[in-house]
Design a protein around this ligand. Sequence first.
Ligand SMILES: *Cc1c(COP(=O)(O)O)cnc(C)c1O
Length: 825
Amino acid sequence: MTYTIERITALIGARRYGRTNASIVFLLTDSRSLCFAEETLFFAIKTMSNDGSRYLSDLYKRGVRNFVVNEVPENYEVLYPNSNFLKVSNTLDALQRLAERHRDEFAIPVIGITGSNGKTMVKEWIYQLLSPSLIVTRSPRSYNSQTGVPLSVWLLTNNTQLGVFEAGISEPGEMDSLRDIIQPTIGILTTIGDAHQENFTSLEEKCNEKLKLFTDSKLLIYNEDDSLVKRCVEQFSFKGQRFSLSRQNEKATLYVSNVLKNNTDSVISYSYKGVEGSYKIPFIDEASIEDSIECLAVGLYLGIDKNAIEERMTSLEPVAMRLEVKEGRHDCTLINDSYNSDINSLDIALDFMSRRPDAKERQRVLILSDIYQTGKPLSQLYSEVSALMKQRGVDQFIGIGPEICAHQDCFQLPNSSFFITVQDFIDSELFSNLRDNIILLKGARRFGFDKITELLVKKVHETTLEVNLSALVQNLNFYRSYLKQDTKLVCMIKANGYGSGAVEVAKTLQDHRVDYLAVAVADEGVALRKHGVTANVMIMNPEMSSFKTIFDYELEPEVYSFRLLEALIEEAEKEGITQCPIHIKLDTGMHRLGFDPIHDMERLISILKKHQNTIIPRSVFSHFVGSDSDNFDDFSAQQFSLFDKASKQLQAAFTHHILRHIDNSAGILHFPDRQLDMCRLGLGLYGINSRDNQIINNVCSLRTTILQMHKIGRNETVGYSRKGTVERETIVAAIPIGYADGLDRRLGNRNCYCLVNGHKAPYLGNICMDVAMIDVTDIPCKEGDSVEIFGDKLPVTVLSDTLGTIPYEVLTSISERVKRVYFQD
Ligand SMILES: *Cc1c(COP(=O)(O)O)cnc(C)c1O
């Protein structure tokens, strides 16, 4: 749903500075999550650790024009032209107010879930069980905080038939605002436990605070077997209907008469309104059983067919947990868990570690930070941690943080070490001696555990590829000079940045504010994220198996077929992803990948519309087959007209703006009037103009050095199979580069040459795997001298022309073992 900036100004009672027209679709509080800049309204919220107003100028540079602030920046008309600042006294309140007004628009059932544990699981399972019958909008992941709830509720659209939102609180007084935003008609109270206890004097106080979510609900679902919950619910002044669950009391609204646990599943029998039923779930743990009963209650109450629910129960899927497993250095395996640092999630993580296939044979190490927010006396807490470790078979313990250090006595494990800070640990001998372990890293973000992971994760011949980043930027600017001011740019850094190394190139481009980076596969995108690239990243060739990675790292997949689209939607729903941006590829003539711009559009649009909450088309594009040659101008025109029509048809079905793009590097030069919203710059960035095969600014130079020199007599031969016969006395130089480095074997036997001190030195004989021989007879040189395979003085196109191929192939063939060296001049 779209709101004008005027309407939002009125709804939140703001004072507006700036008079630019704007339609808002997306709300943003974390600048890292920016996606659709033009239609985004950023709330500069101040938290304990950060202040959103720090990111105004960065966001402005990335295209955001609408901001809600406490204070309007001085000189905003000059520093932030064409933007709107909505000034309010409290930006968090404004966000909440806006979500509340948005919620007012909907007269649909809305489920509110609160409790200490199981909220996310119950929410996801309700979704799994009910979404075949109803269009459900739910909180993404566990967005349940004072900012997460309004952002979740904002996702409600006109299509929504049921909303499911979780609410989490950590101190008294927080629930009132969440209730006003969610306005649940149906309430679910899951278990009440220790999490976030420190701000409450008793569990009872916490339970009562949580119940406030349901003051105005029509129905409240709760487990009456929990005496605390039962007591609090009975005392709660509540006009709605109470829906009790029990395994003991036959008079409960939903009575669970039996729970039978098998090896891998459980069968649960119940009666509701005098009707008996039973269902099976593929889980045997108590939490899953309890959660499934709550979900059943919701389904029955909403009048969903009992048999349908029972049937769907059998295929409930586990909710993704945030445990990442990575290969570490020195044969270590890392399990990274930055999920809530509480004792329950520690137990889950330890359990996970103990179930790794090779856990029995290897040392299990736990690295743990101080645990916050339990409300328990610390000595009790850490004694419990110690007991847990013993039970879960931890061999070595490393505690980090002042509290853990102060409670060393609680830890019984003989092999325990303690450090005040992460840095102390990293500097220790212990750290450098970790070998062949399974390491569970469980630490609150604020301790900087990321740094440990970074150092422990695995990282990896004198031939180098020198990459001139200044030249890269000059090429970028050269192509930008053909673009209108507001045309966006995607930079293609697929195939490891056309061979030059994706990470450095990406960082450079990010600094120069390109709108998008594009890589081929998800792993390339992950590599960028791991190296701190925060720009938008498009994945041109997403594998079916990589969707989870794509979500985890906030990458944006290209989608070119129904098969891919449907698989993506399914996975996104399973992971609780909302509004994942995707890029739609149309096949206008390449006949490689893409939807048919005529026959597929209707079906495509209907699927996209139906799943708008899950995925959202960010752009639509196609690719010219021959923009580098005038010979194909007619065909290009035909491609363009097909694309133009189909992309407009797609846009017409949506209210948010969908970026259209078709020009590649050659297209930017040849068809500047077809630049539409965005262009995709590839080869040109790396300095090659594919229209005339000329170098713009050379970026990559492949260099090596002379290893050894020999003088050989007439009629002797060089290399394998005696291919290189010399007709005169010759000086042969061996250089450490071969076909395994990407030096094509067909360049050998004098088909091509390299440069030694500026002179052409032909390749002699067959090029070997790791070494090549060159003729330096008339060239002043010595061992150790530098050799240019291609670069500033020997254009890469000389090699590609010799080989009868294109420069793309030569550049992308340079193997990974060739070290990339970056410089700026
Ligand atoms: C690689 C690629 C480009 C870039 O093409 P260049 O000719 O290198 O500019 C553009 N679009 C798509 C879809 C591509 O795969």
